[in-house]
Design a protein around this ligand. Structure first.
Ligand code: 4AD
Ligand code: MG
Length: 433
């Protein structure tokens, strides 16, 4: 008789029953009469106990062939056992080897260097730490969709192959038939604005690409971005949406994935207080604070990573820095009527030095000013004809922002580097596996 297979996470409803669990071996030990194996199936760990006198000689012999990462199907009775990892144990009646694993499995229970681990990322994903991070990432991705669905936003999937440039950072380009160069999207925003004029409240959620030659802890060449765009929102509404969104994601992780956060040794008290409102600083105010703290960044420059850390050091919440000088930011941001040297925008800086998590702005909705900015930036107005149409035909106040998923995950999980926040990171020197 073959039994329906059960995942480790589903064992609580199987106590007292016989089940088959399939997974990969993490540890084995034997006293000669009683043997233990622990298997991992992606949902948890399960200790399985073999009593020599209670199983066939075949089963007992198979146990001796197990090695790290051998894949197996184990059949037995489920028992509650508070001492076992996960709280359940399997009293084994049968054991089948599905796939053997030679003794040279590259990742052993010892310290490995980061390059070695990244070269073996396809196997490194099997570790408990990587499972915890992936689980939190998946929870947040679901949370993102729930947050916007509950608020009546449409999800819009924007193209990855594009002709127009969105941000100033480096571009990946490729030949596109007879059409010239196509660029991998740096942002979905420009398309998001067209969708907002069509459908009101929208968000995009997809991969974005930056050919940045920066080898920092905070940069990937491929990262995922969530970009809401809302008709009739001004910059103030935009920041309100940002603080609600970020707070929702943090509380969702705490509520649903505290076990995984604990596995990562994250200090939960640092996350529990993340609730609106978040402090707001004008850019000019931020520069004054930075100068008092010894920074030499001149008025007019974007803030560097060190500046961001100096600013957030005074707070336990994410901090908005708003209304940057025009020259520090992208062409599409709306001129600030109160100070035309600046634009109506905000960067949301994560606590604990995790850096800029969101960039957002109210968009320039005046046709002439937008065209002027496009020309000033040295962009080709012809490539932006369709984007200018949004100002030509029924222009509208609107605002939006982009949240970098990996930076958000790194902060929530307490990861020192973005490379662990995505299954297969793409960085300047990393294209494989
Ligand atoms: O500030 P950025 O460049 O803004 C935009 O792309 C706008 N079009 C967003 C919008 O208004 N719709 O990027 C937004 C966020 C950053 O705050 C950061 O979290 C993340 O994207 N980000 C990166 N994450 C990882 N690696 C990189 N190289 C990143 N560049 C930006
Ligand atoms: Mg930015």
């Amino acid at each position: 008789m073959t039994l329906a297979s059960t995942r480790v996470s589903g064992l609580s409803s199987e106590v007292g029953k016989a089940v088959t669990v399939r997974g990969w071996i993490t540890t084995v030990r034997s006293s000669g009469k009683v043997a233990f194996l622990v298997l991992r199936d992606g949902t948890g760990l399960l200790q399985c106990v073999l009593v020599k006198s209670a199983v066939t000689q075949d089963v007992w012999d198979r146990f001796a062939q197990l090695s790290l990462e051998t894949s197996v199907a184990v059949t037995g009775d489920v028992r509650a056992d508070a001492r076992a990892p996960g709280g359940y144990e399997l009293g084994v009646t049968d054991l089948a080897i599905v796939g053997t694993s030679p003794l040279d499995y590259p990742i052993q229970p010892k310290e490995h260097g980061i390059d070695f681990l990244l070269d073996h990322r396809h196997l490194w994903l099997r570790s408990p730490r990587q499972r915890a991070i992936a689980t939190i990432r998946s929870e947040l991705e679901q949370g993102i969709q729930d947050f916007f669905y509950q608020r009546d936003f449409l999800r819009v999937d924007t193209p990855i192959l594009t002709a127009a440039i969105g941000e100033r950072s480096g571009l990946f380009s490729t030949e596109y038939f007879d059409e010239g160069s196509a660029y991998l999207a740096q942002t979905g925003q420009l398309y998001g604005e067209a969708a907002a004029a069509a459908w009101g409240k929208i968000y995009t959620f997809g991969p974005t690409f930056r050919a940045e030659k920066s080898k920092t802890r905070r940069h990937l060449t491929e990262f995922w971005m969530i970009e809401p765009e809302v008709a009739w929102n001004d910059s103030n509404d935009n920041m309100k949406l940002q603080e609600q969104f970020v707070s929702y994601l943090v509380q969702r992780a705490l509520e649903k994935r505290s076990a995984e956060l604990t596995e990562l040794e994250r200090d939960l008290t640092k996350l529990e207080g993340i609730k609106p409102p978040f402090p707001r600083l004008e850019y000019t105010e931020a520069i004054d604070i930075l100068h008092r703290k010894g920074s030499t960044t001149p008025w007019g420059d974007d803030l560097g990573a060190e500046d961001e850390s100096l600013i957030v050091a005074d707070y336990d919440l994410p901090v908005f820095v708003m209304n940057y000088p025009k020259e520090a930011k992208a062409f599409y941001m709306k001129e600030n009527p109160a100070d035309p040297r600046t634009v109506l925008c905000d960067d949301l800086l994560a606590p604990e030095g995790y850096g800029e998590m969101i960039g957002g702005s109210q968009r320039e909705d005046d046709y002439d000013r937008l065209l002027k900015r496009i020309i000033e930036e040295g962009l080709d107005p012809a490539a932006y004809e369709w984007y200018l149409d949004l100002r030509r035909y029924g222009t509208f106040v609107h605002a939006g922002f982009g949240l970098g998923l990996e930076r958000t995950i790194a902060w929530i999980c307490g990861l020192p580097h973005l490379r662990e926040a995505i299954a297969f990171p793409r960085m300047m020197h990393r294209l494989r596996p």
